[in-house]
Design a protein around this ligand. Sequence first.
Ligand code: SF4
Length: 536
Amino acid sequence: MPRIVLSTDETLTSTYHDVPLLDFLGCAPIDKLPNCIFRILDSQTPDNNGSLTMAPYGLRKIEAALLAQGFKRKEVVVAHPRKIEQFIDDKTTIVALYEMDPMGLGPVSMMFTNGGKWTNYTSVKFKELVERINRVRERKGYKFKLVVGGPGAWQVDFRKEERKKLKIDHVIIGEADHVAGDIFRDIETGNANETVYIKSWPRVDEIPTIVAPSYKGLIEVMRGCGRGCRFCEPNLRVARYLPLEKIEEEIKLNITAGIDHAWLHSEDIFLYKVEDKKNFYPNAEAVIELFETATKYTKNVNPTHGAIAGALANPGMIEEISRIVGANGRHWIGIQVGFETASPELIGKYMNNKMKPFSPEEWPWVLLNGTYVLNKNYWFPAYTTILGLPGETEEDEIMTAQLIITIERELEEKLGNRAHFTVTPLAFIPMGLLKDREFFNVEEMMTEGRFLHLYHAWRHLYKEVIRGLPMVMRGNPFLLPFYPLARLGARLVVEHIRKWGIRRGFNPDKRLEPLDVRIDVDEHRWYPAPSLIEAY
Ligand code: SF4
C-alpha cells in the first residue's frame, strides 16, 4: 500500500459531460438546486484500479514534486475520491487533499450562495470526503495525518472551528513544487506546523513536469501575473514563464493518454514571455509561437485566462492565433477575462496595470473594442465583474450596468450573430493586498446600483443562452435535451433576481443611458494606444 495518498473532492474530478463552464457547478447551492441536477450533470473521470486516470493539474504537480524529491513511485498514489479507502492502511503516513473551494468562500460560491447563507456543492463533497477518511482512520486506529493544500487551502485555515471538527492535521498554503518532499517528510516525523506557510517560490527549473495525465489536458504555461491588481492572489506571485520544451512535453503526455485537448493555463495568456513590463505590450511572437507549438499536437487548443487590454493592444496577434487553431463560426475560442468594473476611477485605484498599455480613463472603451476584436476573430469572452469593491459608489455600479448594455448594443450592430460574451458578477472576497477588507454580503450590502449591475449581467446571460448556447451545444449530443432546461433555468434566475430587487424597493426598469464609447478600433491602425501616442 502507498505511503502517501493524494486526492481531491469529487467536484474536481467530474468532467461535467464536457459542457463549457459547467465546471462551476460545484459553486451552486445544494439547498436551492435539487440534488438530481448534480447527479445528472456529474460525469466522473474514470479510474484505473482506483487511481485517477486524469487528475487536477495542481495535484499532478505535487505528485511529480514528491517523485522528484525522493519518494518512490510505489509510495505515492493519486486516488479517485470515490475509491480512496482502498489505498489507506497502516502503512499510510499522509492523506493529502488538493482543494479549490473547500468551505465555499470563493467569489463564485459566495455569489451563488447568497453570501454564504446557503451551502455550495463543493463544500458538501469536501466534508463528505473528509468524514469518510476520518471514519477509516478511527475505525482502524490508523495514525496517518490528514492534510489540505491547493489554492483553496486558506479557507480551511480561515474556518478554524470547522477545521478542528473535521480533524484536519495540517494545512499547506503557498507554492510547494520545490519543497513538497521536505514538507511531507516533516509532517511524517511530526516536525511540521499545523499551518505551513510557504514563503518562497520555485524557480522555473524547480517546477516539475507532470508524470501522468492532467484533467481535460490542462497544462500551465506561466505562473503569477505581474499586472499587480490589489485584490488578486496570483498577483502576489512572481511571474514566471514555462519554456516551450516543458510545455510540449506535458501536452505530448496528455495526447498520448488519449486526451485530445490542450488548455493553456495562465493568469493572462497575452503576457506569456512579456518583455515590456512597463506598458505590458504583448510579446506577440512568443504568444503566437506558443499556440503554434500546441497545435502541432491537437487543434483543440484553448487559453484559460487573458486580459482584454492585451488582446486590444495587438489585434493582429488575435487574428493570427485564430488562424493557427482554426477558429471559425463552428469552432470558437473560449477565454475567461476580468471585466471587474466599468469605473475608470476604481480600475485606476485597485488595478492600475490591468488596462495597460491603455489608461484607466480608456477602460470602458478598451472593454468595448477589445470584445469586438475577440468576437470578430471567433473568441468568446466569459467576463467576471466584482460586486462590492471597497469604496465603490452608486455611480460606479450604474456605470458597469450601462457598459454591459452598451457592449451588447454596439456589438450586435457591428457583428450581428457573431457578437457573444457573458458577464458573471462575483462577490468581493478580501484577498491579495486587500486581505484586511470586508467580505461582500449580498443580502446586507445590496444597493440599487449593485442590483442593476447584477440584473443587467444576468439579463444578458439569458440572451446568450438563447443565442449562443445552440452554437456551444453543436457536437455534444448529451446537451441537446438540456437546451430547453437551460433556457428555462436562465429565465427563472433573471425573473427571481428581478422580483428580489423589486421587493427591496429597486427599479429593474430604471432607464440607463448607454455610455459614450464606440467601436472604432478598425479605423485606427495605431499601436501604441491613443493615450500613449505622445509618449512615443
Ligand atoms: S490581471 Fe488578473 S491575474 Fe493579473 S493581477 Fe490582475 S486580476 Fe490578478
